[in-house]
Design a protein around this ligand. Structure first.
Ligand code: ARG
Length: 264
């Protein structure tokens, strides 16, 4: 079996320079040394869980490039690059395209009028495209991608600015279970996902720690803080839990899953 591989980008120039989500206070102080330590610790926790980590070189002009989850959506060797909603991040599209091109992917774009923020809002799950729209990504983008990849769309609408990407309020596990924060969704019972996952709600407390932004590597779930009730839930499912504190990145509205995109 192929080893699991993920893509990350080091926080060489990470900062909170602008505000494009409610977590971001423009000009907030980031402790860069701490951010680098936290990122390195997340990387080694991912490696210990059995994945290889590849990296996109950092760029001084794009502090949010660290959030590689937003680079695009990957289906085998094909990738469709994001169309970022905010100008501040649009320059990342070319950097990600270059990386995927240089690494043997067939790189495509979706029509520029459709906003789409990659694994932040969508992923391939068997024959389904699971996704969310309404804040950063457009419904039309998800429908376009589903058709392009020949997948059935299973898509839901987000309801709260604070939970602006699907990966801030939903995460699935290899057991077939998934955790989600009901208040983040227009349909809080997530009926569109009911036949795909065994849905387990998380508390408001956990949602605010970005518990759903845990990253899953094989049977290990890496949570962004130890102060999360769902750690017990996940252990009860027979999964391993680990913690990689990424508090500096929460200042930008991102945690573990945002800092990673699975390449296979
Ligand atoms: N500051 C970034 C933004 O607002 C954070 C992105 C987090 N990424 C994610 N996949 N949720 O765009």
């Amino acid at each position: 079996m192929n080893q699991k591989t993920v893509l990350m980008s080091p926080p060489e120039y990470f900062k909170v320079e602008y505000s494009i989500n409610p977590w971001m206070v423009a000009g907030a102080t980031v402790d860069l040394d701490l951010a680098k330590n936290q990122w390195n610790n997340l990387k080694s926790t991912i490696e210990e869980a059995g994945a290889e980590v590849k990296v996109v070189p950092p760029s001084e002009a794009y502090p949010d490039l660290v959030f590689t989850a937003n680079s695009g959506i990957i289906n085998d060797q094909e990738v469709l690059i994001a169309n970022f909603k905010y100008e501040e991040r649009r320059g990342e599209e070319e950097l990600y395209s270059n990386w995927f091109n240089e690494n043997g992917y067939s790189v495509g774009r979706i029509p520029s009028e459709y906003k789409f923020e990659g694994r932040g809002d969508a992923f391939v799950h068997g024959k389904y495209l699971v996704g969310s729209y309404g804040i950063r990504s457009d419904k039309e983008a998800l429908l376009y991608i589903a058709e392009k990849f020949n997948l059935e769309p299973a898509i839901v609408e987000l309801a709260e600015e604070k939970f602006y990407h699907l990966d801030t309020c939903f995460q699935q596990f290899p057991t077939g279970d998934a955790i989600f924060y009901p208040e983040a969704f227009r349909d809080s019972s997530l009926s569109a996902f009911e036949s795909l996952f065994n849905l387990i709600p998380v508390s408001e407390h956990d949602a605010n720690q970005l518990a759903c932004n845990a990253v899953v590597i094989n049977n290990t779930v890496i949570f962004p803080s130890e102060n999360i009730e769902a750690i017990k839930t996940v252990e009860g499912l027979g999964l391993n839990s680990a913690v990689a504190d990424v508090s500096e990145f929460l200042k930008s509205g991102g945690a573990c899953q945002c800092l990673v995109i699975a390449l296979n």
